[in-house]
Design a protein around this ligand. Structure first.
Ligand code: SF4
Length: 282
C-alpha cells in the first residue's frame, strides 16, 4: 500500500499558537480554563485536560492563580467585556488572522455598511465576527435576499474560496455598492489544494480529525466528491474493507488535528499492510 501524506495536514499556525499559549499558562497558573474546547478535536481536548487545561462555557471570574484563555476563533466584544467585568485573568489566543477579520467587520460598520458574513452560522468564529457588527449584520443564506443597497462582505477564515465566490456572485445583482474583505486564511487554501491533489492521485482517502471540526468535515466532503473517502478520529476506526482493491491511500488532516494523531493513523495502515521484505537470490 503506497501512502501519500499531505505535507500541510494538521495544526494551523493559529491553533499551534493557541496551544502554546495555553501550555505556557498551565505551567504557571494553578488552573487554566479555555472558553469552549481549545480545539475541535475530542482526543486532543482530553489530552489538554490531563495537562491542566479544562474547557468551560461559564464566565464566573477567576480566582488567584487561575486564567481563562480565549481560543483561536476569537469572541465577540461583549464576551470580552463580561470577562473584564468579572475581573478574569484573560489570555487572548485569538488568531491574528481572525483578529484582522474582526477589525474589518468593525471598519465596515464604522463606514456605514451592512455586513454580510459568509460562513457557518453556529461556528464560534462567525458568532464572534457578528458580535463586532451588532444588529447591522447577517449571515449569508442563499435562500434569502438581503434588502440593503450598500453591503460589506467578509468570509469565515476557513471558508472554501469557491463557496465565497458563489456567495459574492449571488449577492451582487441586488446591491448598489459592495465592499469585500477576503479574509480566507491561506492555511485553509493550502489544505484544500493539497487534499484535492491527493484525492485525484490515491485510490482511497483518509481524513483525520474531530467529527466536530468544521474544517476537517469540509476537507472530507471535498475528498468524498473525488474519491472513496473516510473521516476518522483515530487509527482504531480503520477497516480493512475500505482498502479493497486499493494500491494507494492519501492521508490528510484538518487544521485542528495534532500531528501525533496523523502519525498514529499512518502506523495503523502500515501495520495492516506491512512492507514486503526484499528477497535476495544467491
Ligand atoms: S485557519 Fe488560519 S485564521 Fe483560522 S486559526 Fe488557523 S491560522 Fe488562524
Amino acid at each position: 500500500m503506497k501512502i501519500y501524506r499531505a505535507k500541510h495536514g494538521g495544526f494551523c499556525f493559529g491553533v499551534k499558537r493557541a496551544i502554546k499559549m495555553a501550555l505556557e499558562a498551565a505551567n504557571e497558573a494553578e488552573a487554566v480554563y479555555s472558553l469552549g474546547p481549545l480545539i475541535h478535536n475530542r482526543l486532543a481536548v482530553e489530552d489538554l485536560k490531563k495537562r491542566g487545561i479544562r474547557p468551560t462555557e461559564k464566565i464566573d471570574g477567576t480566582r488567584k492563580n487561575e486564567a481563562i484563555i480565549i481560543r483561536s476563533h476569537g469572541v465577540a466584544p461583549d464576551v470580552l467585556k463580561k470577562l473584564k467585568s468579572k475581573n478574569c485573568e484573560v489570555i487572548d489566543a485569538t488568531c491574528p488572522r481572525v483578529r484582522r477579520a474582526q477589525r474589518y467587520v468593525q471598519k465596515l460598520i464604522d463606514e456605514g455598511y451592512y455586513v454580510v458574513i459568509v460562513g457557518e452560522k453556529d461556528h464560534p468564529e462567525v458568532r464572534g465576527l457578528l458580535g463586532y457588527a451588532g444588529r447591522h449584520a447577517t449571515i449569508y443564506n442563499d435562500r434569502h435576499k438581503i434588502g440593503k443597497r450598500k453591503i460589506g462582505v467578509v468570509p469565515q477564515t476557513t471558508l472554501n474560496q469557491e463557496r465565497f465566490n458563489d456567495a459574492v456572485a449571488d449577492l451582487m445583482p441586488n446591491v448598489i455598492e459592495m465592499k469585500i474583505y477576503n479574509t480566507i486564511c491561506r492555511e485553509t487554501a493550502v489544505r484544500i489544494n493539497e487534499a484535492t491533489k491527493l484525492a485525484k492521485k490515491a485510490d482511497v482517502m483518509i481524513v483525520v480529525g474531530g467529527k466536530n471540526s468544521a474544517n476537517t468535515t469540509r476537507l472530507y466532503q471535498l475528498c468524498k466528491k473525488l474519491r472513496r473517502s473516510h473521516h476518522i478520529e483515530s487509527g482504531n476506526e480503520l477497516k480493512r474493507s475500505w482498502f479493497k482493491g486499493a494500491k494507494s491511500v492519501g492521508i490528510t488532516a484538518g487544521a485542528s488535528t495534532p500531528k501525533q494523531q496523523v502519525d498514529e493513523v499512518v502506523k495503523s495502515i502500515r501495520r495492516m499492510y506491512p512492507k514486503k521484505k526484499k528477497r535476495y537470490s544467491r
